[in-house]
Design a protein around this ligand. Structure first.
Ligand code: ZN
Length: 191
């Protein structure tokens, strides 16, 4: 149980797909604790296992604010089972220190996962809430997808990355997101 080093954009683990967890063993509960310790040490809202160099399908989130008690959420083998709507929001990532940019996200998601006791749960996050966005962001990490792949403007993204001495966008990684684009165009219909 320790605070780990968070890998920065450019390091290989961040682009590698992660493996399913077969059993919530001691190794996994220790990984969860390391993720929580590291996320809190960095004042992050979420952290995924590949960000500390472990390509396993595990992430943690805590969307409580400063004056609220901690409320850690653990997601093992998560699957987004429903998604709808669209929002454009400014986002950052602990693997991209101090770089923030506008990205496209679904507004509502439903996710199924296992908790740290190996129990399956389903949770829903709506209205482009911090939780809804964090679930999508962290879940992407498990497939080697990064928030910059969802950027609204590639050139703006590149200049932000350059300012923070990070490598540029990889054009072939940019995502085509027609469902989100359509939802954004038909705002009145996406609730
Ligand atoms: Zn991230």
């Amino acid at each position: 149980m320790a605070v780990k080093k968070v890998l920065k954009y450019g390091e290989k683990s961040l682009r590698e797909p992660s493996k399913e967890v077969h059993k919530v063993s001691k190794k996994i509960t220790e990984l969860v604790q390391d993720l929580l310790d590291t996320m809190y040490a960095q004042n992050g809202v979420g952290l995924a296992a590949p960000q500390i160099g472990q390509n396993l399908r595990v992430f943690v989130i805590d969307v409580s604010s400063n004056n609220e008690p901690l409320s850690p959420m653990v997601f093992i083998n998560p699957k987004i089972i429903k998604k709808s709507g669209g929002v454009i929001v400014e986002e950052g990532c602990l693997s991209f220190p101090e770089a923030y940019a506008n990205v496209k996200r679904y507004k509502n998601v439903m996710v199924k996962a296992m908790d740290v006791h190996g129990k399956t749960f389903v949770t829903e996050a709506k209205d482009g809430s911090l939780l809804a966005r964090a679930i999508q962001h962290e879940n992407d990490h498990l497939d080697g997808i990064l928030f910059i792949d969802h950027c609204v403007n590639r050139f703006e993204m590149d200049s932000i990355l350059e300012q923070h001495h990070l490598p540029p966008v990889e054009p072939d990684r940019l995502l085509d997101e027609p469902e989100i684009e359509n939802a954004l165009e038909n705002k009145e219909n996406n609730d």
